[in-house]
Design a protein around this ligand. Structure first.
Ligand code: FMN
Length: 369
């Protein structure tokens, strides 16, 4: 379903890449919250296509129009809906309806919707649908930030080029990431990554990478055993974003290479707060936040639509054939997915907080400080 059913927040995404428009309905937002549109626009602009040579040449401004749930500058608490009209469509580029793009959802969408799917530009499966998701996420992020919480991400790797390691993370670093179009620690590595994307673009090929995310100042105690653990909630949401192929919390798979003594995050007191000396568990124990930064990494695959000739099947004749994909595609979507991940996880964290602390925003506890 294109609806995310949280315990308090219900979010529905609608639209297709080359249809009239795309949008979102958010139900369950707390009433009386004043929205900062400069903030929302800033977040949306980070995802915008066509802003540099490393992204698709499709130019969409992603200007949203709020249709409901907002009155006299504040949320009303009733469903808040927004629409973004599609302006820069070139559907002729997607003329080969029956030739399935390898790595994309053409085949599975055709089967699932008995051939009635709007295939143009990936239809409902397009990365464009992450614009309304980010709009919703920006509202959640604003609400969390007003209580002292902060979400930030950096590009940890592109293809086989790794950014420098982060020993410990602080708010300043996170705020800096949010100002960068290509957030990395090492300028030099960032340049190498960009170069490598450009090289693949020249060849008509594409690259993927890893996004590393930190959610700071979430107090201990949010998330529920069994099925609503923080990890399961976040993983459900993050895997809903197109092109995501993996997520790991804290040390993730690497924790299997540590002994118990090395893996355990030992506790100690700082003033009146319990903290841990390491964060191998990524800020989550028993599915519940422990007050340390929530830390996870997301694997993004190389953009499936590439210009190189590929083998495929023509589903109208059920014969083997070749495909040469036209259209405007991102040679690497990692930098564009990054703000979407932040917005998406803000929705999850907000939902868990509202579940525990009540729907009324004024009752929600001050974050972590
Ligand atoms: C922000 C964003 C932009 C994307 N841009 C493209 C694109 O230009 N071309 C493309 O083939 N796929 C693009 N994708 C990825 C496809 O939407 C995705 O790979 C496809 O729907 C199949 O889903 P899956 O990879 O999750 O299996 C984009 C995804 C996101 C999140």
């Amino acid at each position: 379903m294109s609806s995310m059913i949280g315990n308090k927040l219900k979010i529905s995404i609608f639209g297709e890449s080359h249809g009239e428009g795309i949008g979102v309905v958010i139900d369950g937002l707390p009433p009386g919250f004043s929205l900062d549109f400069d903030y929302i626009n800033q977040q949306m602009n980070r995802r915008l296509p066509g802003t540099n040579t490393l992204s698709t040449e499709r130019k969409e401004k992603d200007q949203y129009k709020i249709l409901s749930g907002f009155f006299e500058g504040r949320t009303t608490g009733t469903p808040l809906s927004a629409i973004i009209y599609n302006n820069d469509k070139k559907s002729d580029d997607y003329g080969e309806r029956y030739k399935l793009r390898p790595g994309h959802s053409d085949y599975t969408g055709y089967i699932k919707y008995s051939s009635y799917n709007d295939y143009r530009g990936g239809g409902h499966f397009s990365g464009r649908l992450t614009a309304p998701l980010l709009f919703a996420g920006s509202i959640a992020m604003q609400m969390l930030e007003s209580k002292g919480m902060l979400i930030g991400s950096r590009i940890k790797s592109i293809y086989n080029i790794n950014d420098d390691n982060i020993e410990s993370v602080d708010e300043e670093t996170i705020k800096n990431f949010k100002k960068m179009t290509f957030p990395v620690i090492s300028k030099e590595k960032g340049t190498l990554m960009a170069k490598s994307i450009s090289e693949q673009k020249e060849k008509g090929n594409s690259l993927g990478g890893i996004v590393e995310t930190f959610i700071m100042n979430v107090p201990a105690g949010y998330g529920q055993p069994f099925f609503d653990s923080l990890e399961s909630k976040l993983a459900h949401m993050i895997f809903s974003i197109p092109a995501v192929k993996g997520i790991e919390f804290g040390e993730g798979f690497n924790i299997t290479r540590l002994t118990g003594k090395e893996a355990n995050d030992e506790f100690y007191m700082v003033n009146d707060k319990i903290v841990t000396s390491s964060n191998n568990n990524g800020g989550v124990l028993g599915g519940i936040t422990n007050g340390m930064p929530i830390h996870f990494k997301t694997a993004i695959k190389p953009t499936p639509s590439i210009q190189e000739t590929q083998n495929t099947v023509d589903i109208s004749s059920m014969e083997n054939t070749l495909i040469n994909i036209k259209g405007r595609h991102d040679p690497c979507i990692v930098a564009r997915v990054l703000p979407v991940i932040e917005g998406a996880c803000a929705l999850v964290v907000l939902d868990l907080i509202m579940e525990r602390d009540g729907e009324n925003w004024n009752l929600i506890r001050q974050g972590g400080k």
